[in-house]
Design a protein around this ligand. Structure first.
Ligand code: ATP
Length: 238
């Protein structure tokens, strides 16, 4: 299990995350929702060791103080917001980069076939430059690259960003499948409806703080949206 205890992080003298305590149970899908600038991506950056943090981040009870590279070796893998594929490299070369951690190099060919089974369109386009993919295909490539690293915990940052609704459905069908396979997933998502449809647990962040943490099944969507939009219940009703 991945756990955050009183985590604070930010950029230089600007603090963004304020005392975040969260647990991401094994095999579950946890969604972190919140408006623009809430600090969701900053949370992932802190978890991946890309920015320094105060407080504790623990994996199976052991504090993570390692470099990003060591975290990936430990199985913590991020699919970044905006895909960040290498545009001048082919689909297959991008996927091969995901197989760089030592623990999964030997299984590279098997994992590649698994990704191609999960995303047949990537197989059709395996020799194509990643820069020429559609937004949805690039999102699939970014997820495929993450899966090539055989993640124990997969962090996915706003997979629906900029995609047509029909493609969002496709991407989330894959996320559901990964969940069914037992991958522990932490999902950042602005689309609360779709986040709630896949999540076991939901956390709402605003202004770098956690405002709500609940099982998805028990969430009152109106209340969630009131908190999300910083409306008080009275003004929401009028
Ligand atoms: P979005 O949904 O728009 O991606 P978010 O919840 O992921 O938003 P963050 O990207 O974590 O929010 O940003 C939180 C705050 O940190 C914002 O005020 C943002 O301007 C600031 N911030 C983000 N990256 C940096 C940076 N590299 N340097 C300084 N401030 C930053």
């Amino acid at each position: 299990m991945l756990e955050l205890r009183n985590v604070q992080a930010g950029y230089g003298s600007i603090n963004v995350l304020w005392d975040i305590s969260l647990a991401f149970p094994k095999g579950e899908l946890t969604a972190v929702v919140g408006p623009n600038g809430a600090g969701k991506t900053t949370l992932f950056r802190a978890m991946m060791g890309l920015i320094p943090h105060r407080g504790e981040i623990l994996l199976d009870g052991v504090p993570l103080r390692a470099k990003t590279w060591d975290l990936i070796e430990a199985g913590l893998v991020m699919v970044p917001e905006g895909r960040m594929v290498f545009k001048d490299m082919s689909v297959e070369e991008n996927l091969a980069l995901g197989a760089y951690p030592r623990r999964c190099r030997a299984d590279r060919a098997r994992n590649l076939e698994r990704i191609f089974a999960l995303f047949p369109r990537l197989k059709e386009r395996r020799a194509q430059f990643a820069g020429s993919l559609s937004g949805g295909e690039a999102q699939m490539l970014a997820m495929g690259r993450g899966l090539m690293s055989e993640p124990r915990i997969l962090l996915i940052d706003e997979p629906s960003l900029g995609l047509a609704p029909v493609i969002v459905k496709e991407v989330f069908a894959t996320i559901r499948q990964l969940k069914a396979e037992g991958v522990t997933i932490v999902l950042i998502e602005q689309n609360t409806h779709i986040a709630l449809s896949v999540a076991d647990q939901v956390h709402l962040m605003r202004s770098g703080k956690l405002l709500l943490s609940q099982p998805a099944a028990g969430i009152d969507l109106d209340h969630l949206h009131d908190l999300y939009l910083a409306r008080d219940a009275g003004s929401a009703a009028s």
